[in-house]
Design a protein around this ligand. Structure first.
Ligand SMILES: Nc1ncnc2c1ncn2[C@@H]1O[C@H](COP(=O)(O)OP(=O)(O)O)[C@@H](O)[C@H]1O
Ligand SMILES: [Mg+2]
Length: 370
């Protein structure tokens, strides 16, 4: 462990110096201290505040894939919406390619920002317009972003746009492309629609693709194909990807790093293989234990990892100290009154009183090599 420094390969900022560190050259996205609180007021009931994101900090390098993992309601989609600038954070900073995007641009994402950060949504049936053909879905963003797309001179003619749309269909594995380009969404399967949604996102040549549960509404048999497509785009096109999922096995398969979210806070952030092989935070262990089928592409629950019972991932009573304390199998007295800070543990960040005071040897060892 190297306290007080940015560890090689690490995608998270050093919590000890998070306000002052410069963004490394290869960092595409640098998120610091994001907070988003929603308040809801219902008739005859007290005002309720939900902290959907609290002190969320992480970095993403160019060509890197990270997975944001957590149970339903943990704040995953809120973070995606903050990154897409569909919501405004109460606090925090988002830098894309070194540029402070919240300070310099209006609240609604500008066309330029949309060209750099694209999203694929969970529901492939809702995300395509039923009255437009596949070709229209791909040609429209090409026309809108014409001046911002690299090498766009070929796109100034109808034939050029058509050719590019066919190429995009080929890129997402819909071939022969001529068979798909004139179809309408109702003439496609769920998996094919999600591929069209991915092609549409790629049309503007984004730096970053945020995919919010892109496979959770698809048949199990075609999920792997979509995950493989994202993996291929990362590997062959150098696309940076944020995969949002509640499934640690998919996260392990696609992502270089896994970021675990619990009630709006990142509780663990580290290399995927290490997080899955030796989860450091008790909540990560509970999540791993709750995976019914963790056998996607060789991913197995951590050997020797202490597993919390399935029931541990259920209701979440509010708590003054560590938000996870009430459900934690390793709760100590300090957990009841002190909210743990994010601390580096090897190549990871962990937000838990178990570290560094009583770092698990397996975790400490796993962190050294990354
Ligand atoms: N627009 C909103 N208004 C009020 N509460 C919201 C809003 N969006 C999200 N929330 C709340 O924020 C929390 C996190 O939600 P979300 O980000 O959708 O979680 P996830 O994607 O992990 O399931 C939930 O408690 C949710 O009810
Ligand atoms: Mg969600």
């Amino acid at each position: 462990m190297i306290p007080g420094s940015m560890l090689p390969g690490s995608a998270f900022p050093d919590p000890t110096t998070s306000s002052g560190t410069a963004t490394p050259a290869d960092a595409l996205l640098d998120v610091r201290g994001l907070r988003k609180v929603f308040s809801s007021q219902r008739l005859f009931s007290p005002k309720r505040e939900v902290c959907a994101a609290e002190d969320v900090s992480f970095r993403l390098s160019r060509g890197e894939a990270i997975a944001l993992v957590g149970e339903s309601g943990s704040g995953k989609s809120t973070i995606a919406r903050l990154l897409l600038r569909l919501e405004k954070p109460d606090r925090g900073q988002i830098r894309l390619g070194g540029e402070d995007v919240l300070a310099r641009e209006p609240r609604r994402a500008s066309l330029k920002y949309r060209g750099r950060v694209q999203m694929v949504f969970q529901d492939p049936f809702g995300s395509l317009n039923p009255v437009h053909s596949v070709g229209h879905h791909l040609i429209r963003p090409l026309q809108r972003h014409l001046g911002l797309i690299p090498h766009s001179s070929a796109l100034r003619t109808r034939a050029g746009l058509w050719t590019r749309a066919l190429e995009l269909l080929g890129t997402v594995g819909l071939g022969p492309a001529e068979d798909y380009i004139r179809r309408y969404p109702h003439e496609l399967s769920g998996g094919q629609r999600q591929r069209v949604a991915i092609a549409r996102a790629l049309a503007v040549a984004p730096d970053l693709l945020v995919a919010d549960e892109p496979t959770s509404m698809l048949d199990v048999s075609i999920r792997m194909g979509v995950l493989n497509l994202l993996a291929e785009l990362k590997r062959e096109k150098g696309l940076s990807v944020i995969l949002i999922t509640h499934d640690l096995a998919s996260a392990r398969y696609l992502a270089d790093r896994i970021l675990v979210l619990y009630r709006g806070r990142l509780v663990e952030d580290g290399p995927s293989a290490d997080v899955v092989a030796s989860p450091a935070h008790p909540y990560t262990r509970a999540l791993l234990a709750s995976i019914a089928d963790a056998r996607v592409a060789g991913s197995t629950p951590a050997a020797g990892a202490k597993s919390a019972p399935k029931a541990a991932v259920s209701s979440a009573p509010s708590h003054q100290g560590c938000p996870f304390a009430a459900r934690c199998t390793e709760r100590m007295s300090i957990c009841d009154h002190e909210d743990p800070a994010a601390r580096p543990v090897g190549a990871r960040m962990v937000r838990c009183h178990l570290y560094p005071a009583a770092a698990l040897p397996a975790v400490a060892a796993a962190g050294v090599h990354a």
